[in-house]
Design a binder for this molecule. Sequence first.
Ligand SMILES: C[S@@+](CC[C@H](N)C(=O)[O-])C[C@H]1O[C@@H](n2cnc3c(N)ncnc32)[C@H](O)[C@@H]1O
Length: 226
Amino acid sequence: MHTSETEKIFTEIYRSNAWLDLESKSGPGSTIFRTRLLRPRLTELVRNLGIHSLLDVPCGDFNWMRLTDLPSVEYIGADIVPELVSSNARLHARGDRRFVQLDMIHDPLPKADLIFCRDGIVHFSYSDIALALQGMRQSGSTYLLTTTFTAHGRNDDINTGDWRPLNLDIAPFSFPPPLLTLADGPRPDGTYPDKVLALYRIADLPDVTRALTSSSLEATSGPSLD
Ligand SMILES: C[S@@+](CC[C@H](N)C(=O)[O-])C[C@H]1O[C@@H](n2cnc3c(N)ncnc32)[C@H](O)[C@@H]1O
């Protein structure tokens, strides 16, 4: 079977532990300590919204999510790295929890009440983010809870596999104000205090495909002119 460039990049990151964390191969943001405040807040959000199905994409190594209480929720964890997904399935699958290998840029996504996308699209190029957002919309899922940096002043394009903070409030995204946010920062060194998970109704999101794939992608800031 054909292995995509994206799968090769993230499989190499996983195998070499390129994000250099001793506890989680999904990086220093995925430790138990760094998610200690987020976990109960996520439980509360799931309960308050009446979420019965949750697609965690990308799920990474499930290091912290395994400690998150998700009562009465059918959980699907999805990631592009095949050996990570089979390890998660072997260690953590059960009746209401399964893991699937998929590429959220190119593959259809299962429908869920909530798509949870933490530290995901921040690793993608603009054109790959456009495809990932289209896939979320096409899945027919209801809500998206995803990473954004609310004080970040300027968005930039990158190659998929790298990382940069994204502010979804400003161009080229110009998402509407989120329904709510859950704090997900700062890092232990005090950086990125503005990192949050923002909740959107997927049907309310603008189609940003054109804005993300047009030619003027070197840097974008401020509100969209569209
Ligand atoms: C920084 S980790 C975050 C994992 C998890 N959300 C967390 O909070 O611990 C990023 C993950 O994205 C996965 N990934 C990268 N590109 C992907 C894609 N196109 N489809 C699905 N997963 C992808 C990587 O394999 C990696 O496990």
